[in-house]
Design a protein around this ligand. Structure first.
Ligand SMILES: NC(=O)c1ccc[n+]([C@@H]2O[C@H](COP(=O)([O-])OP(=O)(O)OC[C@H]3O[C@@H](n4cnc5c(N)ncnc54)[C@H](OP(=O)(O)O)[C@@H]3O)[C@@H](O)[C@H]2O)c1
Length: 283
């Protein structure tokens, strides 16, 4: 089985190297042709066009900057997609994934969308999580090939499931990291010892991690026990936080919006419920 790797940047180059290291036949194409030289030296074949690369392969992995580049490359290969599997390893939106799936399947190809939760150096190790969604038969057919890149995890038959999952995970990282940054900035501005404060940050994040299983149960079962604090108590702290963060170059991280939401729930007589009550619609 020959694998086409379209785009040999940081991710694509690492993907191609992993495939070669695990004994796959690999054809590479890159917009800037010189950037495939080291892969050719390592045993890959270089194709003169996207269409040539895909024509000689059963599965094509597109490792490109964004979905504009993906569409440009797929358009070049439009006449040879029938019967082949296209896997897009690219950070994008659920809409991007749906549109690309429609395009590929409309031309007779099979589609898998992938979310790469790893840096290039982690590819091929157990620390790399690669999320896939789309055609389940294509996933099973190419599971062993995909495993060369990292443990493959199929997250749904909807083509946009991997993008939703991937973005939500990025959101967890950004919320946590920016929360830490805001806190460090606030104490620094107040003239407090940042290093001393930082020693108390890890345990605080640890409370969130430890509470994940309980939070999942609450979201799924739509039950909102108060937990460490009631909504009435949260409201007081959220208002203080909004004041502390006002004027911050990073904004207030949404605490004003959440405070307004909690205020509405308290006004609706739900002051004794817990914070998870904020996620579902309705007062
Ligand atoms: N790097 C990471 O740690 C990481 C981690 C997770 C996810 N990702 C995601 O993986 C994707 C690839 O990232 P990367 O780090 O590999 O990027 P990169 O090193 O900048 O490589 C981008 C590749 O896309 C090609 N490209 C860009 N525009 C093109 C176009 N219009 N037509 C054809 N080819 C085009 C580039 O070709 P040229 O060589 O000709 O410029 C290059 O091969 C991105 O969506 C990124 O968000 C990256």
């Amino acid at each position: 089985m020959t694998v086409a790797v379209i785009g040999t940047g940081a991710i694509g180059g690492a993907v191609a190297r992993r495939l070669l290291a695990t004994g796959h036949r690999v054809t590479v194409w890159n917009r800037t042709p010189g950037r495939t030289a080291d892969l050719v030296a390592a045993g890959a074949a270089a194709a003169g066009s996207v269409a040539d690369a895909v024509r000689g392969a059963t599965v094509a992995l597109l490792c490109l900057t964004d979905y504009h580049a993906v569409r440009a490359c797929l358009t070049d290969a439009a006449t040879v997609l029938r019967g082949r599997t296209v896997v897009v390893l690219c950070t994008g939106t659920p809409d991007d994934a749906r549109d690309t799936a429609r395009y590929v399947t409309g031309l007779g190809g099979r589609y898998l969308d992938a979310g790469v939760q790893a840096t290039p150096d982690l590819l091929g190790t157990d620390a790399a999580t690669i999320l896939y969604s789309g055609d389940p038969d294509a996933f099973e057919l190419h599971r062993d090939t995909l495993a060369a890149v990292g443990p493959p995890r199929f997250v749904g038959t909807a083509p946009d499931a991997a993008a939703t999952w991937d973005l939500a995970l990025f959101g967890v990282w950004y919320d946590a990291q920016l929360g830490v940054l805001r806190a460090l900035d606030v104490v620094r501005r107040a003239g407090i010892d940042v290093a001393g404060f930082a020693a108390t940050v890890g345990p605080q994040v640890g409370h969130v991690v430890a509470a994940v299983p309980g939070t999942v149960t609450e979201v799924v079962e739509r039950t909102y026990p108060a937990g460490p604090a009631t909504l009435a108590e949260h409201l007081t702290v959220l208002r203080h936080l909004a004041g502390q963060r006002s004027g911050s170059p990073l904004g207030d991280g949404g605490v004003s919006t959440v405070a307004a939401r909690v205020e509405a729930l308290v006004a609706a007589g739900r002051s004794r419920e817990g914070l998870t009550a904020t996620v579902h619609d309705g007062p």
